[in-house]
Design a protein around this ligand. Structure first.
Ligand code: FEO
Length: 398
């Protein structure tokens, strides 16, 4: 427990041993589940913690008041690392009224599976605690549809849940960060994994915060921001700049005997002749970070795979797995590959591309064993046509 400002207290929990968050996100410095208690005439708990840390939350709160004295719980975002302990709070004090966005209250009904008092907070409405005010600000898709900010004007403090957070453990505020370099690394990594697909929402969030000019930002992971508010807002804002380069095409392929490679090179030649900026990647010879950069910055993809045991090769699937179904939606894709007798790879890749929301160009180019000179000429022509489609389609990319 730490008094942050006025009658605002930090009551969250540390998880220094965490190394993987949400199944796939590396957390080399652990994390914190931040929760805050604000006491006016009424008392509000802002965020809770993951359920396995419920006891720690209750213990921290009890250093300040009895759980029965909590009047409100504010849920700015309902992912269970922040809403998990709400069940325990409600068990001890069923009179609590929970505030959240409409989407948040709907989520909580399906997370708690029990009756509870709730208010769906409209944008720009407020809650008077007596001495302190909580103003609710809609900020959806940071990073769930339910997200909102809560602002306390008397303390010039905004509660942002995941936004401006980082998986970093070891201090309560950014005035006491033990390893600034490690924090910077975790901040960027957190932003990439959590907010990477939501650039537009991030820019909206940054604009809201700049308008508030807060003196303190209380996120739900990592240090409370006091001295570094503008720096972190600027970083988040910059990382949200669109990465895609109109007209850039990446050709990804694997090839055992050079047949699919020859197809890749013919397609690339055609696209280049049509004026596209084309890069060709033999996937197994290319570092993952280079492939990821190509995925993020390209407005068109070509995927080539031979067929092995009725499917595409795993390295090609790995690159497809780098495509975000949110931020890469609407980009263009073309599928090709050499095969021996059945050739399922192309159809499987095309189906996955469609599932990711890519615009799949034409039927895949499937060639039995080695492409002939005529085949290569036809592929060159197809590459040019694909480049034209990418050029026309870039205006639709958001
Ligand atoms: Fe920290 Fe989206 O939960």
């Amino acid at each position: 427990m730490k008094q942050l400002s006025g009658n605002l207290y930090y009551v969250g929990a540390e998880n220094p041993d965490l190394r993987i968050f949400d199944i796939i996100i590396p957390a080399d410095c652990g994390t914190t589940y931040n929760a805050y208690l604000l006491r006016g005439k009424k008392t509000a708990l802002i965020e809770t913690v993951q359920d396995s840390f419920s006891e720690k939350l209750l213990e921290n709160i009890r250093e300040i008041c009895d759980i029965s004295e909590i009047d409100y719980v504010i849920c700015n975002h309902t992912e269970p690392d922040h809403s998990g302990a709400l069940a325990e709070i409600l068990k001890v004090n069923p009179d609590v009224t929970v505030y959240g966005s409409f989407a948040a209250i709907k989520n909580l009904k399906n997370i708690l599976n029990t009756e509870f008092k709730s208010v769906a907070a409209r944008n720009k409405t407020s809650l008077d605690l007596g001495g302190y005010t909580l103003e609710f600000i809609s900020a959806p898709n940071l990073h769930w549809p339910d997200s909102m900010f809560t602002y306390c004007p008397e303390l010039k403090t905004v509660f942002t849940c995941d936004f401006l957070g980082a998986h970093y453990c070891g201090c309560v505020t950014d005035e006491d960060i033990p390893d600034e370099n490690a924090y910077e690394r975790e901040l960027e990594k957190y932003n990439k994994y959590i907010f990477g697909p939501f650039g537009e929402a991030v820019k909206n969030g940054a604009e809201i915060l700049r308008g508030l000019c807060p003196e303190m930002v209380c996120p739900s992971h990592g240090p409370v921001l006091k001295k570094g508010i503008n720096k972190v807002i600027d970083r988040y804002d910059k990382w949200a700049d669109p990465a895609v380069k109109p007209g850039k095409i990446s050709v990804f392929y694997v090839s055992a005997y050079g047949y699919t490679k020859a197809m890749a090179e013919a397609l690339a030649r055609g696209a280049e002749k049509a004026g596209a900026d084309v890069s060709v990647y033999n996937i197994i010879e290319t570092p993952a970070d280079v492939l990821e950069e190509a995925v993020n910055t390209s407005s068109g993809y070509m995927f080539g795979s031979p067929t092995l045991n009725r499917d595409a090769l795993p390295p090609v699937w790995n690159v497809m797995n780098m495509i975000s179904a949110v931020s890469c939606r609407g980009r263009n894709a073309f599928i090709f590959g050499s095969y021996g007798w059945s050739g399922e790879a192309c159809g499987n890749l095309a189906a996955r591309a469609e599932g990711l929301g890519l615009k799949v160009f034409d039927e895949p180019a499937k060639i039995c064993f080695k492409p002939s000179e005529e085949d290569l000429a036809a592929l060159e022509k197809t590459g040019g046509e694909f480049a034209a489609a990418v050029g026309f389609a870039t205006a639709d990319i958001s």
